[in-house]
Design a protein around this ligand. Structure first.
Ligand SMILES: NC(=O)c1ccc[n+]([C@@H]2O[C@H](COP(=O)([O-])OP(=O)(O)OC[C@H]3O[C@@H](n4cnc5c(N)ncnc54)[C@H](OP(=O)(O)O)[C@@H]3O)[C@@H](O)[C@H]2O)c1
Length: 246
């Protein structure tokens, strides 16, 4: 089993890696921006599973040519079974409104960069005719709301992109999986935690991610109750929705 994890230092991704190495020997390539942090994570995974292989790679997460070259180089090492694209950042909405450079950066990290990685690995998995690409979106991508519509729009873009890729690979053994977590107890959600928001555990979200990837499920809400919550939110008529303080 050969798995590539982009943005591997994300708490959700790290817990996915722990689950994969628990399942047996696995060949992991961790793509990170902070090599020292990646080394610590790789060392921990090697202790958990001495029989697994854990390699590290770094790249400019915004550079199309570097990303394409990295995907090709990883693919040259043997067939890739699965790719998880996990990186992202949850900004303060007001800062996105006040600082357009910051707004652009958020869109780039959360939307453009995952798209570049997905496209780069789709090329290699497409040639092999099999494999799974999973991207972590968010329930926030289901409907724009004033509290976080820059983040929400970036995740909405990822969702639409995954939908198109799923269509592209329909009828093949390439699976596209979109994970939509609700608020989850990771460093990203520290602000929400401080506000007393109820958060899912990272273990639960990682387990749902690993399971969804194994089954090749196209869209997975985790925890599962978010499917119903977002169905309601998406269908609220504007005259009600626009009065909500959310
Ligand atoms: N936690 C939640 O409530 C929640 C809810 C819905 C969706 N999600 C999504 O789940 C995914 C994983 O998030 P998490 O909760 O595990 O958060 P996390 O632990 O804070 O991890 C964030 C990851 O994104 C990377 N990252 C941040 N800024 C970056 C940049 N400019 N360029 C490249 N990489 C960057 C971080 O790298 P470094 O380690 O180098 O900083 C880290 O790998 C994200 O896509 C997030 O949007 C999270």
């Amino acid at each position: 089993m050969r798995i590539v994890v982009v943005g591997a230092t994300s708490a959700i991704a790290e817990h996915c890696c722990r689950l994969w190495v628990q399942q047996g020997a696995v060949d992991l390539t961790l793509v990170v921006r902070d090599i020292a942090k990646g080394e610590r994570m790789a060392a921990d995974l090697r202790v958990r599973s001495p029989q697994s292989s854990v390699a590290l790679a770094t790249v400019d997460f915004m550079a199309p040519a570097e990303i394409a070259a990295l995907a090709a180089s990883i693919a040259s090492g043997g067939p890739i079974n699965a790719v998880l694209i996990a990186h992202g950042v949850l900004p303060v909405q007001q800062q996105c409104q006040d600082d357009l450079a910051f707004c652009r950066e958020i869109m780039e990290v959360n939307a453009l960069s995952p798209v570049l990685f997905a496209e780069a690995f789709a090329a290699t998995l497409g040639r092999a005719g099999r494999g799974t690409i999973a991207i972590i979106g968010s329930v926030a991508g289901d409907r724009g709301r004033k509290a976080n519509y820059v983040y929400g729009a970036s995740k909405g873009l990822v969702a639409r992109y995954a939908e198109g890729m799923e269509h592209r690979f329909a009828g093949t053994d390439v699976r596209i999986v979109l994970i939509k977590p609700g608020p989850t107890d990771t460093p990203m959600a520290a602000r929400l935690k401080a506000q007393g928001r109820r958060l899912a555990t990272v273990e639960e979200v990682a387990q749902a991610t690993v399971d969804a990837m194994a089954k090749g499920r196209p869209v997975v809400y985790t925890p599962a109750r978010w499917r119903l919550i977002m169905l309601i939110v998406q269908h609220l008529p504007r005259f009600i929705f626009n009065r909500l303080q959310i």
